[in-house]
Design a protein around this ligand. Structure first.
Ligand SMILES: C[S@@+](CC[C@H](N)C(=O)[O-])C[C@H]1O[C@@H](n2cnc3c(N)ncnc32)[C@H](O)[C@@H]1O
Length: 373
């Protein structure tokens, strides 16, 4: 992320336009702490470097060296599990994947805006758009779709068509050409947005002859001071590779053919399920050339065991792993040392742990997760 200099320059440029001596900055998803350090260097009164990954601890060293003192506060937690006092007046975050619709990103920004920021705080990126265009790339289609469908040593991937044609993937290639102008799928204004799921019907007109292999997606983030960041295919060095949504099969297209795509991104428990329904209509006769209905739902292998266990009619009993955790949790009471808990655990569940060290590992894991600070 640090070597994507376009991205870094844009964020630093934007920080320079809004951070001053009165600023209280929340760096949400601080990673290595780069934005936090820059905000301190720009003289911010207070900077919270908020990051769940322990990597953020390395920034302590920089803070000591530079003498930031209490101006820089490292918070190694999930943003949804903290409160801030004082609240921040600048939120900087870059918690992306190939799209801003990525893992818990939007939910975290909405939650931070509602609970951790002052009113009228500067949020950046302020706005992000998600765009799509019809794409031709024989190399991408070959490498990420067709190759998985070939027979090798008499073996063919079971349900291969269903698995590989119903998932978007991150891919770039030098032979890629966009066959239409882009269309905007979502415009997310982080100052007001409260949505995490999105759906839109997009109309594309083909503007050059070619073979349509799928839909190319990308994002554009707008930052204060007119700076912007994107992972469009022209941004060859972007750290964020852009998602490609393959068609069920390549389709030969001509100028003025139309492509209607209904794209649906459903957010569920930290994941996005994408569906894309596409109809390609020829300009000359006005007849459909192809019609596809693709969805990540179709690429998932049904887990009947899990489905049964997630039913409201299931009567669960505690398994051995649950008994172990229950026992350890009952001992985490402020009176027992971890080593003693591990000894008891090892004795109580004979044959369950290969060694005392393995029992201790389980205890440390549960202590790390559940013991009070
Ligand atoms: C894409 S990295 C960006 C790192 C850094 N800001 C940079 O620009 O180099 C995103 C980071 O956000 C962290 N993150 C994502 N959501 C978070 C949340 N809700 N609370 C704390 N950290 C989060 C991830 O652990 C990851 O390290």
């Amino acid at each position: 992320m640090l070597t994507d200099t376009n991205r870094l320059d844009a964020y630093v440029g934007a920080l320079k336009t809004c951070v001053g001596p009165d600023s209280i900055v929340l760096d949400l998803g601080a990673g290595t702490g780069v934005f936090s350090v820059i905000a301190c260097e720009l003289g911010a009164q207070k900077v919270y470097a908020l990051e769940i990954n322990p990597l953020i601890r390395l920034v302590d060293e920089v803070a000591r060296e530079k003498g930031y003192g209490e101006r820089l506060e490292i918070v190694q937690k999930l943003s949804t599990q903290i409160d801030l006092d004082p609240k921040a007046d600048i939120l900087v975050s870059d918690i992306h994947g190939g799209f801003p619709l990525y893992e818990t990103g939007l939910e975290s920004i909405i939650d931070a805006r509602e609970r951790l920021l002052k009113e009228d705080a500067v949020i950046f990126p302020a706005e992000e758009s998600v765009l799509f265009a019809v794409s031709q790339s024989e190399q991408i289609y070959r490498k990420h779709v067709e190759t998985y469908l070939e027979e090798r040593h008499g073996f063919k991937l079971p349900s291969g068509e269903r698995l590989v044609k119903n998932r978007p993937f991150n891919a770039r290639s030098d032979d890629e050409v966009l066959l239409s102008e882009p269309a905007q799928f979502a415009l997310i204004d982080h100052r007001t947005n409260s949505r995490t799921s999105f759906r839109k019907e997009l109309d594309f007109e083909i503007n050059r002859p070619g073979i349509a292999h799928g839909l190319r997606g990308w994002f554009e983030s707008r930052l204060p001071g007119g700076f912007s960041v994107s992972n469009a295919i022209t941004e060859k060095n972007s750290t964020y590779s852009a998602p490609f949504f393959p068609f069920e099969h390549p389709v030969s297209v001509e100028p003025r053919d139309t492509v209607k795509a209904t794209i649906n991104a459903v957010y569920e428990e930290g994941n996005y399920i994408w569906s894309w329904q596409t109809k390609i209509v020829g300009a000359v006769k006005g007849l459909p050339k192809a019609e596809f209905g693709q969805s990540m739902m179709a690429s998932m292998v049904p887990d009947t065991r899990s489905a049964l266990r997630r039913s409201e009619f299931y009567t669960p009993g505690l398994g051995i792993e649950g008994e172990i955790d229950k026992f350890v949790l009952s001992k985490i009471d402020g009176a027992n040392m971890s080593g003693d808990i591990a000894d008891e655990l090892f004795e109580r569940f004979p044959g369950r742990f290969a060694s005392l060290d393995k029992a201790a590992e389980r205890v440390y894991f549960l202590v790390e997760r559940y013991a009070e600070e």
